[in-house]
Design a protein around this ligand. Structure first.
Ligand SMILES: C[S@@+](CC[C@H](N)C(=O)[O-])C[C@H]1O[C@@H](n2cnc3c(N)ncnc32)[C@H](O)[C@@H]1O
Length: 358
């Protein structure tokens, strides 16, 4: 099956390529100057450092302005991705409707599913209307996640790495991907082992419809289920592994705890839960300042709660054992605190892993 691609007019391609170039300038040159300015400021904590940088560092003022507004340049205006995709919404909907008719048993949507307030009250990543309102949202998110990964490098690599790491280490026969979006991790898992039963769970029907289209195009048998990861309508002790990728920074801490407890319920004894996210912000006060600034500037209201939580303690509190935090892309042990500020602006990717007691 050939891959369905939305139409990206030439004007939008030029505009978006300009925004990408500006983002690279922001994450390299502007960030480097901010890091140098921060190193010269003796500040007791992240709030004091933020105030000092705002006062004394033109680079920091530019950095903050670009961090907030580049997202808006991406989504809004004549060549923003939202108007571009909304302008072809009927074609996008037709493509998803046609996919929904193929292997319909693999796509289980729940039109009556209540969406939590923490999900609907904040525009995810400044994406106006979030990722759950209509079909255009799913294509906007897919495009943004691939063209603007936070590292601005190969957007698929960490997904492929995590899928291979989990498949080789645990050899699960079945895995649930909680907060699966349009299916990047679930598809990577299925590609690792075609015998693995993979189910993607998400709140957003448009994303699941797109995930279904993409898995059909790839010839992969994956089930997509619209549900809240806090209460998944599947039996207890029914899967070997549960994974999540970029889910927990979207959740308030009590909801994160509930998802961990739900993962424990769903797992067979001895099963694993692995969650990829930005659990660490290396670089001491400067790292914390930039991380909290990112949360404020990019509509990430729950990120401060995540960074204040030790993920290993949270996993143990939910009942997991053999809990460890590992660096993504290497699998080496990671510390929740410590480490140097990165050379260019990026998030530090880590994975917390725990086992359900056998
Ligand atoms: C940052 S996105 C990551 C998507 C995907 N894992 C990826 O890496 O491409 C977070 C995802 O979690 C979903 N989500 C947020 N809260 C959820 C919840 N309580 N239950 C299920 N999905 C949720 C969102 O709809 C979104 O697709």
């Amino acid at each position: 099956m050939s891959s369905f691609t939305p139409n990206l007019p030439w004007g939008a391609q030029v505009h978006q390529s300009y925004v990408q170039g500006l983002k690279l300038h922001w994450k390299n040159a502007v960030y480097a100057q901010v890091a140098a300015d921060a190193a010269r400021q003796p500040a007791a904590d992240a709030v004091a450092l933020e105030q000092a940088l705002r006062r004394d560092s033109p680079a920091y003022r530019l950095y903050g302005w670009l961090e907030r507004h580049l997202q808006q340049f991406k989504y809004l205006g004549r060549h923003g991705m939202l108007p571009v995709m909304l302008g072809q919404q009927s074609t996008l909907t037709q493509a998803l409707d046609a996919a929904a008719l193929e292997q319909p048993q693999r796509l289980q949507l729940d039109a009556g599913l209540p969406l939590p307030d923490y999900y609907t009250k904040s525009d995810f990543h400044q994406h106006p209307g979030g990722v759950w309102s209509d079909d255009a949202d799913a294509f906007v998110y897919e495009w943004a996640a691939n063209a603007f990964s936070f590292s601005m490098q190969d957007a698929d690599r960490p997904y492929t790495w995590l899928a291979r790491y989990l498949a080789e280490r645990f050899a699960p026969a079945s895995v649930l991907d909680l907060g699966c979006g349009f299916g990047k991790l679930a598809i990577a898992l299925k590609r690792q082992d075609s015998r693995m039963q993979v189910t993607g769970v998400d709140l957003a029907a448009p994303l699941l419809r797109l995930a279904h289209l993409r898995s059909l195009e790839a010839g992969l048998d994956i089930r997509w289920l619209q549900a809240n990861a806090e209460a998944v309508p599947l039996p207890a002790a029914s899967v070997d592994g549960v994974a999540s990728y970029w889910l927990f920074h979207e959740l308030p801490v009590p909801a994160m705890h509930q998802v961990m407890c739900e993962a424990l319920r769903l797992l067979r004894p001895g099963g694993f839960f692995a969650s990829f996210d930005m659990y660490t912000a290396p670089g001491g006060v400067a790292g914390e300042c930039l991380h909290l600034g990112h949360a404020a500037r990019n509509n990430e209201p729950y990120l401060p709660g995540l960074i204040a939580t030790d993920p290993r303690e949270a996993m143990q509190a939910a009942g997991f054992t053999e809990v460890e935090l590992v660096q993504a892309l290497t699998g080496a042990p990671a510390a929740h605190d410590g480490g140097a500020l990165a050379a260019t602006r990026t998030h530090t990717f880590t994975v917390v892993i725990g086992r359900k007691p056998a």
